[in-house]
Design a protein around this ligand. Sequence first.
Ligand SMILES: [Fe+2]
Length: 391
Amino acid sequence: MELAGLRIQSYELPTVVKHGAGALAALGEETARLGVRRPLLVTDAGMVATGHVDRAAALLKAHGLEPALFDGVVGNPSIVHVARGSEAYRDHRADGLVAVGGGSSMDTAKAIGVEVAHGGRILDYEYGRTPLSRRIPPLVCVPTTAGTGSEVTLWSVITDPARHVKFNVGGPLIGPHLALIDPLLAVGLPPHLTAFTGMDALSHAVECFTCAYAQPLTDAVALLAIEYIGQWLRVAFANGADVEARSRMAMAAMLAGLAYGSESAGAVHAMAQTFGGVYDVHHGYLTGIMLAPCSAYNLLGNPAKYARIAVALGEDVRGCSTLEAARRGVAAIEALTRDLEFPPFAAFTGATAADIPRLARMAADDPQTIGNPRLIDARGYEKIYRGLFQA
Ligand SMILES: [Fe+2]
């Protein structure tokens, strides 16, 4: 266990957070306050169909702004979608970005911001290969799911289809300027997406709480996120119109996003991200289904933290040893995944057991493996993958 105070820790948060039912109404005023006059609205076609985007555009126009629409975002957005968005930004002579949607829209907006601020392609900035040197244009994020936390994270995850790789671009320079979080926007989210995105938020909180980069500030937000998710995700899944459940989950996702700090996650995201580069599967499904087995593997690496996760998830651990309590924490994650009716891994993803060695190697090579609480190599990942295929 590391001794407190022997490592310099830093935490940078460039994002103003506004949260609450009806918060979207402030979109025009808040975007104008950032000095934006010609925002590019970044979203996907499905979100346009909900009517949320029209409403966002109307709110912007009501404050004299001239928005243009880019609805070319898809799930697991690629460098191609980012390039199209940058072109739309330049065509409109835009001076800011408003992302409306889930992680895909917000991450695409961040990546567009990097391209238009620096020139070049987003690929040039993969994992800091070319360091970012300029702040992205003003970015307002309006999340419509409660999962990714991208509205406050310093990361953008983009796919390179040629290599079948999802890569990260990150740092304080790409943090959104404003997170405008209106839980009412998630009311219509179907139960399975509520489950997937909610479990992604839990995986952020659990991974960041237990990983090697954890620090007191990120621990604090991660634990509260875990507590909220334990109390409210089942309710949001069962009754999507429950506004308190939606509000707590939106808060939890944002807190779990803050838990990232300036570092990354661990084995769950190493697996989910590399798998998602090969198979076009919802990121939240992957992290959700992988969280319990990865936690079962990891708990020996930090039993005290998993014991606290048990308490945050509402387990009564009085009389338990630390290790017993840690096992209860993992069991509580398993029970939550079961209650949320996650479909079986092989059937849902289309992957086969023959893929395991390759997928395991890719996860082991992913930079997010480094912070995992228990050392893990390709053999460890193979073991977890075998369990997923048997489930
Ligand atoms: Fe995630």
